[in-house]
Design a protein. Structure first.
Length: 279
């Protein structure tokens, strides 16, 4: 669309809406960071929207050192990174197979994966716990990672298979004529071309794993293998909350998400654009 054909009024309305949306998105994060520099007493006795009079950094020292937050943080990093890597790799492989390798059982297996999207975590929580416990993986990182990867695959396979269908068969035929086997074709041609959907899947998987609480809390007994959501919950309870430390723990938990977006913002934009014009 030619910008010269857009009226001034339309431009003003568009910019106002964009600015309003930006403020509504950014301000809660800005407010959260500000409140993390207040003690709980100051927060309760002053204006909730005011800037800190005395910037108190003791909350960060306490949260990181006294509560063992570094251990929770590292567990979250391990769970998120391993889950993202496994889901992206396995979902792309399965998506390629379901989209391009035509066997009698392909449609059945693809359908079984898609059914997994309809299952909620709450509906399979008890049998999942019993299986993990019977396998001797309770209170281990592996006992958390395997369900994370399994729960992330249905949506991942659906996205990757749908995207892989847009890859022209001629490219795959050319690779086959040149002597490339399926694995070589996938690594050299299919996986690089699926970068947009891989980035989208990585974002969905990373944010979901980083913020997940129920499954991680159920599959672990002590603090050794628990992640950040469990640490955040320690500062909020039915009988009272330490708001200063609660806001601090939430701020620290938010930092990796912001860094992840900052590093991959260009790929995110390209992924959304590629998905919009796919096919």
């Amino acid at each position: 669309m030619d910008n010269r054909n857009i009226s001034v009024v339309t431009k003003v309305v568009v910019y106002v809406v964009m600015i309003a949306f930006t403020v509504l998105t950014v301000y809660p994060i800005f407010w959260l960071v500000l409140q993390s520099f207040k003690t709980s007493q100051v927060y309760m006795t002053t204006n909730k929207l005011s800037f800190p009079v005395n910037w108190y950094v003791g909350n960060y020292k306490f949260v990181w050192n006294q509560v063992g937050f570094s251990n929770f943080f590292m567990n979250s990093v391990i769970y998120s990174v391993v889950t993202v890597a496994a889901v992206v790799a396995l979902a792309n492989m399965a998506g390629f197979a379901f989209a391009k390798l035509r066997f009698k059982i392909t449609k059945l297996l693809h359908g079984l994966f898609i059914v997994g999207i309809l299952l909620t975590l709450q509906s399979i929580l008890i049998p999942l716990f019993l299986m993990v416990n019977a396998a001797g993986l309770y209170n281990t990182r592996l006992g958390v990672l395997i369900p994370y990867i399994g729960l992330g695959l249905p949506m991942g396979v659906y996205l990757c298979a749908d995207f892989a269908k847009s890859i022209h068969d001629e490219l795959l035929e050319s690779a086959r004529i040149d002597g490339a086997r399926y694995l070589r074709t996938f690594v050299s041609i299919v996986f690089p071309m699926c970068a947009p959907v891989s980035v989208t899947l990585a974002i969905i998987t990373f944010t979901g794993t980083w913020n997940e609480f129920i499954l991680m809390n159920l599959m672990t007994a002590g603090d050794k293998y628990k992640a950040i959501p469990a640490a955040v919950g320690r500062f909020a309870g039915a009988l009272g909350s330490d708001y200063g430390k609660l806001f601090t723990s939430l701020t620290v938990a938010l930092i990796p998400i912001l860094i992840f977006y900052a590093l991959f913002r260009n790929q995110i934009t390209k992924g959304v654009a590629a998905g919009a014009v796919k096919g």
